[in-house]
Every structure is written in C-alpha cells, then in structure tokens.
Design a protein around this ligand. Structure first.
Ligand SMILES: NC(=O)c1ccc[n+]([C@@H]2O[C@H](COP(=O)([O-])OP(=O)(O)OC[C@H]3O[C@@H](n4cnc5c(N)ncnc54)[C@H](O)[C@@H]3O)[C@@H](O)[C@H]2O)c1
Length: 344
C-alpha cells in the first residue's frame, strides 16, 4: 500500500466517522474538480473505501489540470479527465454532486499566478453551476476562510454571517476576491436559478499528502525538520491560526455534501487558537524533541501581508451534525510527523 498521499488509517477513520450515512452514498455519482489536489484525493479515496466496504459502485469523474500516478485514478469506478476547469465546455457525466475543489490555495503559488487564481474561482464556478442546473445536481463550492480577510477582535471566533475585512488591492486579494465572487455566483444561482448549493469555508486544513514545497505552515515546518534545518517563522510569529486535521475536515465536508441543509459552512477547528511560537512549542512537546526556530521577514516571492488571527465559529456544524473535531493538535502533529518523515 502506497501511503504517499494519505495514511490508510486516516481514510478508515473517515469512513468509520461516516458509517451512519454510507447508504446515502449508494448509487451516487460525484464530479470532483481539483481531484489531484490534497483534499481531492481524500474524497476519492474515501469513496473507494466505502465501495470496498459495502460492495457498491459509487462513481467519480475526477477532473484536474494535471495528474500524478496515485493508485486511485486506476480504479474502475474513477474516470479521469485532464482538463483546465476554466475551459470545460461539454461534459457527459450525469452526476448527483459536483465538488468544485480546483483552486490555487497556497499563497506562494497564487502570488506567482494572481490572474489565474482569480479566474479559477470565477469562470469555472459559473460553468459548473450551469452544469449543476442542467443535471439537477448539488453544487459544492470550495471557498476559504480567507474571504473574511483580517477580522477585528470582536469577530473572533468568526461566524459565517461576518462580512469580512478584505482589501481588493493587496497581494492576497487575487485569492480572497476570486473566492468572494465565486460565492456570489453560488448565491445568485441558488436564489434565481434554484440550483442546490452549499459553500465550504475551510480554515487551515492540513494533513498527510500536502506537498513539501506547498508553503502552507505544516509542510513548511516539517520539511525543515526533515532537512534538519531550523523552522522559519515569519515576522514576530504572533499571527494565530486554528488547525484542523484532514480526517475531521473531510468528515464535515462529506456530511454537508450528503445531508447538509444550509448554504454556508465554516469548516475547521475552533480550538486551540495558536500563534506560531505556541505551535512551535507544541511541536517540541508532542514529538519530545528540540526543534530550532528562527524569525525571518516574509520572503520576496510570498504575499507581504497576512491575516493576524484565524479562528472559526463552528456552531453550525456542531448543531446540525453533532460534529466534533476528534483529532487533537498534539495527535495531529504526531501523525503529520510520522508521515512527513517518510515522504518528505
Ligand atoms: N486545505 C485548506 O486548508 C484550504 C483552506 C481554504 C480553502 N481551500 C480550498 O479547497 C480547495 C482544495 O484545496 P487543496 O488544499 O486540496 O488545494 P491543492 O492545491 O492541493 O489542490 C488544488 C487542485 O486544483 C487543481 N487546479 C488548479 N487550477 C486548476 C485548473 N484551472 N483546472 C483544473 N485543475 C486545477 C490543482 O492542479 C490541484 O490539484 C481549493 O479550492 C482551496 O482554495 C483549502
């Protein structure tokens, strides 16, 4: 078993979390964009494990601009389509769910390709919403916690009804504003065209499978550990995040997709809110070893601004699905370390 892209135990954990709802998957077809990405692979692998466990043939159309040789694309229930999502015209796949996960979420990558980042959230979203209308399928848009921008103190934890504090002309604006327009498209297709639709706003989801050059915090820190170099903390390290391990995030995302009734959902963990210094301390404690750190300026190829605090209010998930984050930060650090020490 190749665990380069996910840990099999993590996949089994998600399948088990969803046990009560396996029947809701039976006979369904999923169109997944960004299918070669970090989250896309988990969706497909979980569906294939449910197939295996329940002897079903749930089908997936996997769309991405590039594919690696992960085993999931060889499964007979998965059809692979190598295509730029902005150039999708005709599709011939009668689906029940469209999970539009294609995007450019890594700050280093969208800073390199800002125009592509904007339109990947807009052009493809419009075209796929049209396809959703045509096929009467439920559309899921992968937005981001970044649409909240830099919330003030009284909006932390951040609720879904917070309008945000976002600049239209900063280094991060291409990602934030693109996702905001994507959401607006969903809103109008939902109210005017009656398309079934929900929006995810993920907050720092991480886990095995994130490429070492991704530049989000966990891959960056653990890549340094693997290379026996100090981890690098941008500026003072006072900026905060709450981290959500991928098994909990994928569980929540499937619950919303299959049985969710509401329009917008924060996806994440509401505690602990950690600054980067504290995260560094917890990593040392969890791994029981000394990890050196240095504070540096933002690199030149990286957005020069970032939100100071990030912490979701996840009351909606808790109330509607009785959802709880099961994997603690200490446990998730151990799992990420276990995986990255083998595959970085
Ligand atoms: N992981 C998180 O914490 C997080 C947080 C907020 C939002 N999101 C959103 O969730 C989605 C999935 O995130 P991820 O972490 O898996 O990202 P990822 O970068 O690992 O995967 C994105 C995938 O989209 C594909 N893609 C990009 N542009 C494309 C195009 N024009 N045509 C076809 N494919 C294209 C990429 O090739 C990649 O495989 C993204 O839309 C992202 O913005 C993720």
């Amino acid at each position: 078993m190749n665990e380069k892209y996910y840990l099999l135990n993590d996949i089994r954990e998600i399948v088990n979390n969803l046990k009560k709802y396996h029947k809701n998957f039976f006979g369904k077809k999923f169109l997944i964009t960004g299918a070669n990405g970090f989250l896309g692979k988990y969706f497909i692998k979980v569906i294939l494990e449910i197939n295996k466990k329940t002897k079903q043939k749930i089908k997936v159309l996997a769309i991405d601009i590039k594919f690696d040789n992960c085993e999931i694309y060889k499964d007979k229930n998965v059809k692979k389509l190598k295509k730029d999502v902005n150039k999708i015209d005709k599709l011939n796949f009668k689906c029940d769910y469209i999970l539009h996960a294609a995007g450019i979420p890594s700050p280093k990558n969208y800073y390199k390709k800002p125009i592509e980042a904007i339109f990947t959230s807009i052009t493809s979203t419009k075209n796929l919403l049209e396809y959703s209308k045509k096929t009467n399928s439920k559309f899921i848009f992968f937005s981001s916690s970044e649409i909240y921008g830099n919330p003030d103190k009284k909006n932390i934890p951040t609720k879904e009804n917070y309008n945000g504090n976002v600049s239209s002309i900063e280094d991060r604006s291409c990602y934030d504003e693109g996702k905001r327009v994507g959401e607006t498209l969903c809103y109008f297709y939902k109210i005017k065209q009656k398309v079934k639709c929900s929006i995810f706003r993920p907050f720092n989801v991480f886990g095995p499978g994130m490429p070492k050059n991704d530049y989000r915090v966990f891959p960056r820190f653990f890549n340094s550990i693997k290379k026996k170099q100090p981890i690098t903390i941008f500026k003072s390290g006072k900026q905060t995040r709450t981290f959500c391990y991928v098994t909990d995030a994928i569980t929540a995302m499937f619950l919303v997709t299959i049985i969710g009734k509401k329009f917008v959902y924060n996806i994440g963990n509401d505690k602990p809110e950690l600054n980067m210094k504290k995260l560094h301390q917890l990593m040392q404690k969890s791994l029981n070893k000394k990890i050196k750190s240095i504070n540096i300026k933002y690199p030149n190829n990286y957005p020069q601004v970032e939100p100071q605090r990030r912490c979701p209010d996840i009351t909606k998930l808790k109330k509607e699905f009785n959802f709880k984050n099961k994997v603690t930060i200490m446990e998730s650090i151990k799992r990420f370390h276990h995986w990255s020490s083998r595959y970085y």
